[in-house]
Design a protein around this ligand. Structure first.
Ligand SMILES: C[S@@+](CC[C@H](N)C(=O)[O-])C[C@H]1O[C@@H](n2cnc3c(N)ncnc32)[C@H](O)[C@@H]1O
Length: 293
């Protein structure tokens, strides 16, 4: 399995402005790439790493074990950041980093069902949660509900055709079974584009299974409460709806005098980075600084 390559890490670390004695939270620890760069810059400071996927958490802990007590890890969902922060015993923190979405490790683990190329069970859960998995969604949602999810979260123009074909081809057990049906439903001229024709549908299902927009909303509603005045929040997103949510939330905070936007323009990966790591292509970074009071 390939290691996950952290996206926009130099830019993220620079804007986080890591202080040797500071306290930080990485709410999407993943493979620990961004976390490692934060930890390297800490002396007396500490990092709390939150991750909802037990396999990723175990990987990151092993990778980062040499940092000893500078790193505290918790299995949990960043939608509960206030409670997790309180449980850590950390003071209000100097910075919070979120690198949204899934990691390369998750994508390439066939048993998770995130990839349309591998015949794993259609699961797509990033962590233990009580909601339905991807197989339950595609086998049980109405055609209209499926079309709405695929249109909204996948931004798939052909969402109605895809939803119709999915309903007709039920039931599904494997990711590849679903990918074949979706691929056949997309008009061949649309399939000439660079990305695999099932990409958007798989993205939509992953986001629905993990309630990714709701979790981000919840994180944004709480994050200023865990930052100290002058503390920074840095968010890296890969989906236009997520980026819009971050952008508008930051603007509201600024208007209300609760935070100052640090990225007047969104930060995007360089050509060099996208050439070396195509997954970084859609990455967008925004940051804000909490104001006193
Ligand atoms: C893009 S990866 C992060 C990669 C990491 N920055 C690195 O450099 O290795 C996103 C990670 O966040 C986790 N994740 C996604 N949503 C989460 C949530 N709501 N709460 C906690 N972890 C989440 C995923 O399981 C995944 O491991």
């Amino acid at each position: 399995m390939r290691a996950h390559v952290p996206v926009l890490w130099r830019e993220a670390i620079e804007i986080l402005n890591v202080q040797p004695d500071g306290y930080y939270i990485d709410v999407t620890l993943g493979a620990g790439g961004h976390a490692e760069e934060i930890l390297r810059r800490l002396e007396k400071g500490k990092l709390l790493g939150i991750e909802c996927d037990p396999a990723a958490l175990a990987f990151a802990r092993e990778r980062l074990k040499n940092f000893g007590e500078k790193l505290i890890t918790m299995l949990g969902n960043f939608a509960q950041i206030s409670d997790l922060h309180a449980a850590s015993g950390f003071p209000p923190v100097d910075g919070v980093l979120a690198d949204l979405g899934m990691s390369t490790m998750q994508l390439e683990d066939a048993s998770r069902g995130f990839s349309f190329n591998t015949p794993g069970p259609l699961d797509m859960k990033m962590g233990p949660s009580s909601g339905p998995n991807a197989a339950e969604l595609v086998n049980e949602m109405s055609e209209q509900e499926l079309a709405d999810v695929i249109f909204k979260l996948g931004e798939e123009r052909h969402s109605r055709r895809v939803a119709r074909a999915i309903v007709k081809g039920r039931p599904y057990r494997l990711a590849t079974e679903l990918a074949q049906v979706v691929t056949r439903a997309i008009p061949s001229r649309a399939a000439l584009h660079q990305i695999h024709p099932a990409t958007r549908t798989f993205q939509a299902l992953r986001m629905a299974v993990n309630r990714e927009l709701e979790c981000l909303e919840s994180l944004l509603a709480q994050v200023l409460g865990v930052l100290k005045p002058g503390g920074r929040v840095v968010i890296l997103s890969f989906h236009s709806l997520e980026d819009r949510l971050v952008k508008w939330t930051f603007r509201t905070w600024q208007r209300e005098g609760r935070a100052k936007i640090l990225t007047r323009r969104v930060v995007r990966p360089s050509e060099e980075e996208t050439a070396a790591n195509p997954r970084s292509r859609s990455g967008k970074l925004r940051a804000a600084e909490s104001c006193a009071g």
